[in-house]
Design a protein around this ligand. Structure first.
Ligand code: F6R
Length: 366
């Protein structure tokens, strides 16, 4: 059932070219400029006219929501707020009929997310679901939605569900942006081609596995890790840190790189590994100076960079080169080496990667 792999987690990481492909199939035809999510068709006018989009989720799904916030705001020009389901439901949130709520959940059974949906629904909001498990409670509670089609995810640490969630959310954003006339046709067409190219690029990231195993060996005894990214890669930093802590039990924090100087920089010394997600994008020059700040304090830098990058190579202790992509879709690529890094470190530490202590695959308690 593990298809020759030692754990479900590594099997699921390696499935991603296929699972993202399955998610795009039948919805995206990039060469013909065609994109269609049938599940939200009936609500498309409601969404394009929304005053605001509220994204509600927990854990890794919440990280996918943060990536979606950047994509929706950039291309649809609709304000987006991303909320932890547990926080949303226990305050007195301002929600109304012109709000569209997108609930993201792999399992479709997360109790806090389900309760947040019921609350938003009672206030008249339109609720869309982005779920993996077909027929689960959340898709049944929503008005409409799109499945991620990643296939069953058995490893407790979410991997392929995360990339499928971002794929669906990117398609949703582009479909709405196009319908709304908020995006230039050439930009739209280019993004469809970029999306279509993602499965092959993820496959190239998987070829980095042996190199990442060697890096993991060097850091397996670390007690702390910092993950830093900016822009579209900021949520990837959060996700990289979450993956490491949940399966290897190493304390890790993800931060927006520019926030480092407001506190976390105090932690940096020669024993602190810092993972930078520093692919070529709008914040590249800024993140290069953040790397210099860490090196000046003797931190150990592992940098995920775009193939062919020459600048960071001379500063970082280890570089992981990933294929170039449109910055809005980069999280689909830059997260893969971080999944592999956490996997190998956890295995080397003798941890039970598929069933980490204290965690359950779906959190049905509040
Ligand atoms: C992280 C992880 C959890 C889940 C969270 C939400 O690897 O597995 O953080 O992402 O419990 O679960 P779903 O997406 O099923 O609502």
């Amino acid at each position: 059932e593990k298809g020759g792999y030692e754990h479900f987690m590594i099997k699921e990481i390696f499935e991603q070219p296929r699972s993202i492909g399955d998610c795009l199939r039948g919805r995206l035809n990039a060469n013909e400029g065609h994109l269609h999510l049938g599940g939200i068709q009936d609500y498309i006018n409601k969404i394009t006219n929304a005053d605001r989009i509220l994204i509600i989720a927990c854990g890794t799904s919440w990280h996918a929501g943060l990536v979606a916030e950047y994509i929706f705001e950039e291309f649809c020009r609709i304000p987006v707020e991303v909320e932890y389901a547990s926080e949303f439901r226990y305050r007195n949130p301002v929600v109304g009929e012109k709000d569209v709520v997108i609930a993201i959940s792999q399992s479709g059974e997360t109790a806090d997310t389900l309760a947040a949906i019921e609350l938003a629904k009672s206030k008249g909001a339109t609720i869309l679901g982005v779920c993996n498990v077909v027929g689960s409670s959340i898709p049944r509670a929503t008005h409409a939605g799109s499945y991620t089609h990643a296939g069953p995810e058995i490893g407790v640490a979410s991997t392929k569900a995360f990339t499928a969630q971002i794929s669906v959310l990117a398609m949703m954003a582009l479909m709405i942006a196009h319908k709304k006339g908020a995006i230039k046709e050439s930009v739209y067409r280019n993004l469809l081609l970029e999306l279509d190219a993602i499965p092959d690029k993820v496959a190239k990231c998987l070829d980095l596995n042996p190199q990442i195993e060697i890096i993991s060996e060097k850091f397996k005894n670390a007690t702390n890790f910092l993950y830093l990214g900016r822009g579209y890669n900021f949520p990837v930093a959060l996700e990289g840190a979450l993956k490491l802590k949940e399966i290897s039990y190493i304390h890790a924090e993800g931060y927006p790189a520019a926030e480092m100087k407001h506190g976390p920089i105090a932690l940096i010394d020669e024993n602190m590994p810092v993972v930078f997600i520093a692919t070529k994008d709008g914040s590249y020059e800024k993140i290069v100076s953040n790397i210099q700040e860490v090196k000046a304090r003797k931190g150990q830098v592992i940098a995920v960079v775009t193939e062919g990058d020459t600048e960071i190579g001379s500063m970082a202790d280890h570089i992981i080169e990933v294929p170039a992509a449109h910055e809005a879709l980069m999280p689909l690529i830059s997260v893969v080496p971080l999944q592999l890094l956490s996997y190998h470190i956890a295995v080397m530490r003798g941890c039970n990667v598929d069933q980490p202590r204290n965690l359950a695959k779906s959190v049905t308690v509040e």
